[in-house]
Design a protein around this ligand. Structure first.
Ligand SMILES: Nc1ncnc2c1ncn2[C@@H]1O[C@H](COP(=O)(O)OP(=O)(O)OP(=O)(O)O)[C@@H](O)[C@H]1O
Length: 369
């Protein structure tokens, strides 16, 4: 080992990671259990100071990816870099990483301040500095007034704040969050979402990898979202890119609500059950099959460009909107319509429309790369 990595390792061990060189690079990482591949050649970079959400269905490999970065699972192939350091062979406690998991994982027999100090002691941080770092971490998470309580004397949300304080106390360059809000009830969760967003603003140098299966969490907190399915990375982009211009049907359906309708490419646009819709079709050849993706809230009621007539088969009042389910030649189109003074009834024939630029064409070489 040369002097520079050795020094970095010592800094990590002391809880003083080199923030200037933080950031995560996962390079072709494969993880297998009993020859069963659960993470397949993952390539992913989290820039210094960036929040990357790992979003995907249950069992897609999100937690495994996080655990590979933390050092709790050993890849069968690939390397993990934190900044310029290859940490693949380092044990977890030498990586200078803060980690928060779903189930607070506080030590029940230790007070809040002792829980928060635990990581610092384990890393042999200078004793004199521990109280100051503990106080600072509790302050950041709004738990300064609870230092002498035991975990059992705290609510679930408060316990999770302590877990976050413990992760932050070592002043990590990298923070790993594994579904940190999923054990909280809906009201607490939205409060904690705002708290995490604030923490991120206060820690602009910390790279955060945040595992979630909650798309609202991912859309709200992340600078970029990596979409995983069946052990593989399927897509990666900013929340806006993935929401507005998804490249695959999987992303379109997983990030936000989407109508996905089978269409055939024509010379003028696409054909949906005998109706011609005018839109750019890129390189796609006439006659090719494709999928039209249009978000329910981008559909309007009444005549307009790309008008589609159909029968209302279901109507749901959702407070701010009515969701209409309309049968268009055997395909169901969902439309979220605001401020409907006189909503149509089931069985009515309605006309819906959407702007060509709001629709995305997927498949057949037209958009899904
Ligand atoms: N220790 C283990 N031994 C064997 N298989 C495992 C182990 N840990 C995870 N797996 C398997 O690896 C796959 C990926 O699991 P992982 O926990 O990474 O998924 P996930 O996307 O985080 O799912 P969830 O959202 O449910 O937490 C799953 O099929 C899981 O059963």
């Amino acid at each position: 080992m040369s002097a520079a990595p050795a020094a970095a390792a010592v800094r990590a061990a002391e809880g003083k990671p080199d923030l200037a060189h933080s950031g995560i690079r996962i390079d072709g990482v494969t993880v297998a259990y009993d020859r069963n591949i659960v993470l397949d050649s993952l390539d992913l970079t989290v820039e210094p100071g960036e929040v990357m959400a790992l979003l995907g269905p249950s069992g897609s490999g999100k937690t495994t990816a996080l655990r590979a970065v933390a050092g709790f699972v050993r890849p069968v192939a690939g390397r993990v870099f934190l900044g310029d350091r290859d940490v693949t062979d380092l044990p977890p406690h030498r990586r200078g990483i803060g980690m928060v998991v779903q189930q607070y994982a506080l030590f029940p027999h230790m007070r809040v301040d002792e829980n928060v100090a635990f990581g610092l002691r384990a890393r042999k941080a200078p004793k004199a500095r521990i109280p100051e770092q503990v106080a600072e971490a509790l302050e950041m998470t709004g738990m300064a007034g609870y230092a002498r309580r035991y975990p059992r004397e705290l609510s679930g949300g408060q316990q999770q704040r302590v877990a976050i304080a413990r992760a932050l106390a070592i002043r990590p360059g990298v923070l790993l969050l594994d579904e940190p809000l999923s054990a909280l009830d809906a009201r607490l969760r939205s409060g904690m979402l705002a708290e995490l967003a604030r923490l991120h603003r206060e820690l602009p140098d910390v790279s955060i990898l945040h595992v979630t299966h909650d798309q609202v969490e991912a859309l709200t907190l992340a600078d970029r979202i990596a979409v995983m399915d069946q052990a593989r990375l399927r897509d990666c982009g900013t929340p806006q890119e993935l929401y507005r211009r998804p490249r695959t049907e999987f992303t379109a359906s997983f990030v936000g609500n989407a109508n996905l309708l089978p269409v055939t490419v024509t010379d003028e646009g696409v054909d949906l059950a005998g109706r011609t819709l005018r839109m750019p079709t890129g390189e796609a050849a006439a006659g090719a099959g494709a999928t039209l993706c249009i978000r329910p809230h981008l559909i309007g009621l009444g005549d307009g460009p790309n008008a589609l007539r159909g029968e209302v088969v279901e109507i749901q009042w959702q407070g701010a909107t009515h969701r209409l389910h309309v049968d268009i030649g055997g395909h169901r189109l969902k439309a979220d319509l605001r401020e409907l003074k006189q909503p149509p009834a089931i069985g009515d024939t309605v006309t819906l429309h959407f702007a060509a630029q709001d629709a995305v064409l997927l498949g057949s070489g037209v958009g899904d790369g």
